[in-house]
Design a protein around this ligand. Sequence first.
Ligand SMILES: *[C@@H]1O[C@H](CO)[C@@H](O)[C@H](O)[C@H]1NC(C)=O
Ligand SMILES: *[C@@H]1O[C@H](CO)[C@@H](O)[C@H](O)[C@H]1NC(C)=O
Ligand SMILES: *[C@@H]1O[C@H](CO)[C@@H](O)[C@H](O)[C@H]1NC(C)=O
Ligand SMILES: *[C@@H]1O[C@H](CO)[C@@H](O)[C@H](O)[C@H]1NC(C)=O
Ligand SMILES: *[C@@H]1O[C@H](CO)[C@@H](O)[C@H](O)[C@H]1NC(C)=O
Ligand SMILES: *[C@@H]1O[C@H](CO)[C@@H](O)[C@H](O)[C@H]1NC(C)=O
Ligand SMILES: *[C@@H]1O[C@H](CO)[C@@H](O)[C@H](O)[C@H]1NC(C)=O
Ligand SMILES: CC(=O)N[C@H]1CO[C@H](CO)[C@@H](O)[C@@H]1O
Length: 255
Amino acid sequence: MHLEFNKSFQIIFIFIIFSILANETLSIDPNFEACMPRNCGNGPNISYPFWITNLHESYCGQPNFEVTCNGGNPVVAIFDDDYVIEEIFYANNSFLLANSMVYDFENTCPIPLHNFSIEGTPYNYSPSYVDLFFFCNCSTYPIKDPTYRLDYASNATNLSFAVFHKEVLKHENYSIDSCNSWVNAPVETGVIKKLLEMNFTDALRRGFVLQWSEDYCSDCKRSGGNCGSINNKFTCFCSNKQHSKTCDDGKRSKP
Ligand SMILES: *[C@@H]1O[C@H](CO)[C@@H](O)[C@H](O)[C@H]1NC(C)=O
Ligand SMILES: *[C@@H]1O[C@H](CO)[C@@H](O)[C@H](O)[C@H]1NC(C)=O
Ligand SMILES: *[C@@H]1O[C@H](CO)[C@@H](O)[C@H](O)[C@H]1NC(C)=O
Ligand SMILES: *[C@@H]1O[C@H](CO)[C@@H](O)[C@H](O)[C@H]1NC(C)=O
Ligand SMILES: *[C@@H]1O[C@H](CO)[C@@H](O)[C@H](O)[C@H]1NC(C)=O
Ligand SMILES: *[C@@H]1O[C@H](CO)[C@@H](O)[C@H](O)[C@H]1NC(C)=O
Ligand SMILES: *[C@@H]1O[C@H](CO)[C@@H](O)[C@H](O)[C@H]1NC(C)=O
Ligand SMILES: CC(=O)N[C@H]1CO[C@H](CO)[C@@H](O)[C@@H]1O
């Protein structure tokens, strides 16, 4: 009898514990869960302002920061080209990306087909980039050696080459009209001398850094939230509910 009572008491006790836990779990804001950082398999964890199609809700990021997973890599589309995101530096609002053609290892001569431009994108260049200019199907080489002769894309009558400063060509009175076309591709400088020791494939593979403008996300994350954007308005999804900027509404003093 006494034992029986003890047992039912235990059961009730366990039931109470469980309902508390269940309640706790149920009260987690689904937006907070939906906007957890996720990745494509390879590459960095993706979170606001980026969001991954099919893995995140669109409100987990900003509309024009959509990322798709392609072969396990996170990819952003900029104009007509796909770029693989290699790293995201959330601390200084920037990311390292490289034209996805350099990931196609069967393509031994990855020459970009389109000019690169940030026009109409939400991104800005970082201070540490230079443009590499590709000239294709030219009738002659410039007088001085170009930075890279693109032997793979050249024959006796149609020559291709790449240079870092196309002003040099003007200086040499080289007429780019002798070329069928040219395109630019940004690459990260780092140490320019190092860059010059590389072939153009490796130079392109280094990628380049773009930045986006700062908002409240770092404060939101510091307070334990996941950032999002509802109706173009910054939102901080916290485990209990959504806040406008931070989970503690800025009450905790900044470190
Ligand atoms: C992604 O986040 C998880 C969980 O926080 C962490 O264990 C992992 O190292 C992160 N991956 C990368 C590439 O940063
Ligand atoms: C942000 O920090 C990373 C790592 O320190 C650095 O490589 C990158 O160039 C920085 N971004 C900008 C825009 O300076
Ligand atoms: C070079 O010319 C050939 C035909 O002459 C053409 O197929 C090719 O697309 C051209 N390449 C570039 C980059 O313009
Ligand atoms: C050189 O390459 C172009 C395409 O880039 C091609 O149209 C042309 O026939 C080639 N010329 C020779 C001599 O192989
Ligand atoms: C380019 O042309 C200008 C004017 O015709 C001439 O003064 C200059 O020496 C030329 N430069 C080279 C490198 O040939
Ligand atoms: C790239 O831009 C330059 C200058 O605007 C232009 O002359 C060139 O034709 C463009 N290249 C291509 C492939 O569209
Ligand atoms: C560029 O250099 C790397 C080694 O650093 C080599 O594996 C690759 O084949 C080279 N690519 C070209 C197009 O020469
Ligand atoms: C710019 C250039 O010289 N293009 C040449 C590429 O090769 C074809 C065929 O040999 C020529 O017709 C083009 O003039």
